[in-house]
Structures are given as structure tokens and as C-alpha cells.
Design a protein. Structure first.
Length: 179
């Protein structure tokens, strides 16, 4: 049975930026941002006043290989990505640590969570399992701040479980999507 989107999916972790919930492919129109050396990184949701620093290699003008990508917003350190970039996109394994303390450690494809990974929210909740297009999708487990754990199948960020009508309404055992 479908329930509402999980709380932690709303602030999706697209690489270093504010998320809209829609993953973009490399073939879609994208804005590029360059560091002081001119090394470019995909910037799918640009904000005025942001800059970057990349400490990895630059290949044909794009960040490529292992390294740390530090975002700055209005001159202040913001989000940080440590991992692999390919042609300016997060690809393979990487760890994104958001300025608010949220963290995603797992697989990326075209700067979106794809494959296996773990997301930890500053409120103490976490999700670990399969991801697709930046959302929990497949087998996984969600741990709420109150200690309740939900293990099962997630589809497009929604828990697919056996919640009865009372649970869906927030009575009895808690719905994983209600705090």
C-alpha cells in the first residue's frame, strides 16, 4: 500500500544544491560552474552567489577523477562532496555532506543518487538501501528519530508496506511517513 512520501525524501540530495525532486540526465540542459582554475562541474540547480573549489584532476576542462568538491555560498563553506566525478558529474561512489548536517554516502549517476546508499538526516532518521533517480527505490530500511524501523520495499520514495487503516491514519503503530 502506498503512503505519502518519506520526510527525508523531500530534501533530496542532488549534488551540493537545492533539490526539486526531479533528476536530470547529462543530456538535459545544464548550467556549468567552474572553479578558479576553470575546471567545470554540472550545476543543475544554480544559485546566485555560489562558487566551487575542486582539488581533483581536470580533464578537457571538466572535473574528472577522485577528489573533493567544496561548494561555497556567498563566500561561506556550504556543501561538500568527496568522491568520483566524471566529465563534471558525480559518478560512482561519493559522500555528500550538506551544510545542515545531512549526509549521503553511496552510489551516484549523473549527480543523482543511484544504486546503494545511506542517507542520514540531522534529526536522527536515516534510510539505507537502494536508490533510483535520487529517491529510495527497492529494498531498504528507514529508521525514524523515535527509534521505529521500517524494513521493506520503497517505490519512488514511498514505503510499500502492510499498514492497516489505523496505521495509515496515524493511530496504533506509526506510519513511517508521519512523525
Amino acid at each position: 500500500m502506498k503512503t505519502v512520501l518519506l520526510k527525508f525524501v523531500l530534501p533530496l540530495l542532488l549534488l551540493g544544491l537545492q533539490a526539486t525532486g526531479t533528476a536530470r540526465a547529462a543530456s538535459d540542459e545544464v548550467t556549468w560552474i567552474a572553479d578558479k582554475q576553470g575546471c567545470k562541474v554540472a550545476n543543475t540547480f544554480p544559485r546566485a552567489g555560489e562558487t566551487i573549489a575542486w582539488d581533483g584532476t581536470c580533464k578537457s576542462g571538466f572535473a574528472d577523477g577522485e577528489g573533493v568538491l567544496q561548494w561555497f555560498y556567498k563566500g561561506v563553506q556550504d556543501d561538500r562532496y568527496a568522491g568520483t566525478l566524471e566529465k563534471g558529474w558525480a559518478e560512482g561512489h561519493g559522500v555528500l555532506t550538506r551544510a545542515n548536517g545531512a549526509k549521503y554516502d553511496g552510489q551516484w549517476h549523473e549527480s543523482v543518487q543511484q544504486g546503494n546508499g545511506r542517507y542520514e538526516d540531522p534529526d536522527g532518521s536515516w534510510y539505507e538501501g537502494e536508490w533510483k533517480n535520487g529517491r529510495p527505490n527497492g529494498a531498504g530500511q528507514y529508521h525514524r528519530p523515535d527509534g521505529r524501523m521500517f524494513i521493506g520495499e520503497f517505490v519512488n520514495g514511498e514505503f510499500e508496506g502492510n499498514l492497516n487503516e489505523k496505521e495509515k491514519a496515524g493511530e496504533g503503530k506509526p506510519n513511517p511517513n508521519r512523525l
